[in-house]
Design a protein around this ligand. Structure first.
Ligand code: CMC
Length: 371
């Protein structure tokens, strides 16, 4: 019988030039640049340019990308109409999955898989997804939609569309850092899903729709929501250690800890944690920092497992004022850059992704005569 790589653990499925994860040094680079340095010195729009086009933009290229992004934020009445018909008690990821499908159905060039066409579609989704997420956020609160403001940058405009205001710089910066850190991570489950769909020569919207479905799960993007629910359930940092030990004794997974690739530590966590702590100090959110520290210490003592990016991102988004079910859609607004870059890369040297399976069912047999 062939060797089974359950969960594809340790399998190198293809090459990529977009990002590199090196678990031995806890490092993650996008196109060669360490992610923590990008988070320190770049805007999210610059990082999006890097991921799609391979280089950081100069001032003129960044201005052109920002102009294209600002000009494409509006979505059609028909997409808004579909969004408004989706029940508002469904998970926001369900809505986003449906909305991306609509964007594809509306695009007359949906099946043009040339790199130029797919880059244009990637930029369009990058511009439109925040508008859809913000609209959904407000409709669930019974609030009227706020139109995008092309005069504001990506992050400012998103807060404006959600809350009608632009928050303090440290809040904006924390949000932007989360967008940069979430943007790309090689062959994670949702990106591999997008590449699998692209490998059939389907369209980029279908690939993104499928990736959204994969990201929704709590073992992947859904963990950032689960982290905040867990923190709220614990309530007081003083109970965190006991709470965690009880879960481990019951053989339960604690969300926001562990990683398939990093076994030592997640390279993105120190940068996200620092931004979360800084914002929490200024916003009066020290309780969540204390909760973070208690849970992290208890997990390290009990199992030596480190937090992953979802652990600081969950409470950071909570302090920014977002509703918990919306945390994974925020991840989508960022990862759309990585997914679409991977679809384009997959199509550059495509091979249909079609693994084998080892059959364990009944041997071949005859259908009974009476059937
Ligand atoms: N809580 C408790 N135990 C854990 C955890 C955890 N979060 N993560 C791993 N372990 C234990 C696991 O029980 C197992 O122990 P043992 O060998 O004694 O049975 C060992 O560590 C190996 O775990 P595994 O599940 O086989 O490892 P994996 O590489 O398949 O899992 C993971 C990776 C991310 C699915 C897992 O760590 C997990 O379920 N974490 C919680 C969910 C989470 O936070 N997901 C976000 C991942 S990072 C962001 C992203 O890429 O989306």
């Amino acid at each position: 019988m062939s060797t089974i790589h359950k969960g594809l653990v340790g399998v190198v499925a293809d090459t990529t030039a977009i990002s590199e994860v090196v678990p031995e040094t806890n490092s993650l680079t996008y196109r060669g640049y360490p992610v923590q340095e990008l988070a320190r010195s770049c805007s999210f729009e610059s990082v999006a340019h890097l991921i799609w086009y391979g280089e950081l933009p100069d001032a003129a290229a960044l201005a052109r990308l920002s102009e294209r992004e600002g000009a494409q934020r509006e979505v059609t009445r028909s997409t808004i109409g579909v969004v408004d018909r989706v029940p508002d008690n469904c998970h926001p990821m369900d809505l986003l999955r449906t909305a991306v499908s609509c964007l594809g159905a509306e695009d007359p060039a949906e099946d043009d898989n040339s790199p130029a066409a797919n880059r244009a579609k990637a930029e369009a989704m990058f511009a439109k997804l925040p508008t859809i997420v913000a609209h959904d956020f407000r409709r669930r609160r019974g609030l009227a939609r706020i139109a995008p403001d092309p005069g504001l940058g990506f992050a400012e405009n998103f807060f404006h569309m959600c809350f009608g205001t632009v928050p303090a710089p440290e809040v904006l910066r924390c949000f932007e850092i989360s967008m940069i850190l979430y943007a790309e991570h090689s062959f994670n489950a949702s990106t591999f899903t997008a590449r699998t769909v692209a490998s059939t020569l389907s369209d980029i919207y279908s690939a993104v729709t499928a990736a959204i479905g994969a990201l929704k799960g709590p073992l992947h993007g859904g963990a950032n929501e689960a982290v905040m629910r867990m923190m709220l359930e614990i309530g007081d940092p003083a109970f965190a250690g006991d709470w965690l030990r009880e879960r481990l004794a019951a053989k339960e997974k604690v969300m926001g800890f562990g990683h398939r690739v990093y076994k030592d530590a997640d390279s993105r966590v120190p940068t996200m944690k620092a931004a979360f702590v800084e914002m929490a100090e200024l916003q009066g959110g020290q309780r969540w920092v204390a909760m973070y520290e208690e849970l992290e210490a208890a997990m390290m003592a009990a199992k030596g497992i480190h937090p992953n990016l979802d652990f600081p991102a969950g409470p950071a988004y909570y302090l920014m004022g977002f509703d918990i079910p919306m945390f994974t859609p925020l991840f989508v607004m960022s990862r759309i850059t990585g997914w679409t870059a991977h679809v384009i890369e997959q199509l550059e040297s495509n091979a249909l992704i079609r693994p084998l399976s080892a059959y364990t069912g009944l041997p071949q047999r005859a259908i009974p005569l009476a059937a």
